[in-house]
Design a protein. Sequence first.
Length: 285
Amino acid sequence: MIIDKLYQSVIEKGPVCVGLDTRLEYIPEYILNSTKSIQDKIFEFNKSIIDATFDVCSCYKLQIACYEALGIEGLMAYSKTLKYIKDIKGISIGDIKRGDISSTAKMYAKAHFEGDFECDFITVSPYMGVDAVSPYFEYVKNKDKGLFVLIKTSNESSNDFQELKVNDEKLYVKVGQKVTSWGSEYIGESGFSCIGGVIGGTHFDEMINIKNRFNNMFFLIPGYGEQGGSAKDIAHLLGKNMSGVVNSSRGIITAHKGKEEGVNFSEFSRREVINMREDILKWLR
Ligand SMILES: O=c1ccn([C@@H]2O[C@H](COP(=O)(O)O)[C@@H](O)[C@H]2O)c(=O)[nH]1
């Protein structure tokens, strides 16, 4: 199952998930000033970072908004990057945060688990309930795909709804319980389910609560780096069972900015990934 492949990658290479939230202003001048098309410039940037980090990170997360914002050229680069990750046997997460009625969700599932935008995992919103999420389950069962469902997000305003009390329980806890039950049929040899949860690495009390309640859930943890999530807190959520991947996007892919605009720029991303991995793992020893 795909979750076992991801877990194995975490054990072998560490929990860092490189966030390819690529924007034109991050691309070094030698690529930006070339005569290549926009899609090829973005792809060259992404490929260089992937090649420089492949042996030290567990997976790659592509934020689709960054590619959509550049129109067709951006989406071509999104597609090429996903195909490249697949070709080199890497693991990809499409951060697309979809959530819609069942008939539309079926189309989203087809769009992101097959064809030009195929990836291994996608992020989904649980807000519309199980019929908005269940169309993806067929791909989890038959096509070796996985989901990360938003449970407790990293942003400040996540409190607006996620912390509301519902029958004496916070809403994010209720969502976590649902995600656990949806995932119970898709548990791999690692003991983790192909349906995991997105937990922001920025709210310490909630991370403790989630770890205590959902010790066997696999997490996608954004919030390290630019958003201020601490390695110590995030290590607690990961735990000794290494139950997750920790994303950093801007912190990794802009590491060269102000230092290196030449062909060696991605070495700075590599160093950042290695430092981040050490920063987190030291709390687990
Ligand atoms: O709760 C969430 C869910 C998703 N994200 C996404 O993760 C990255 C974070 O980027 P950084 O540059 O490392 O801050 C980005 O794609 C977000 O859309 C999140 O931050 N929080």
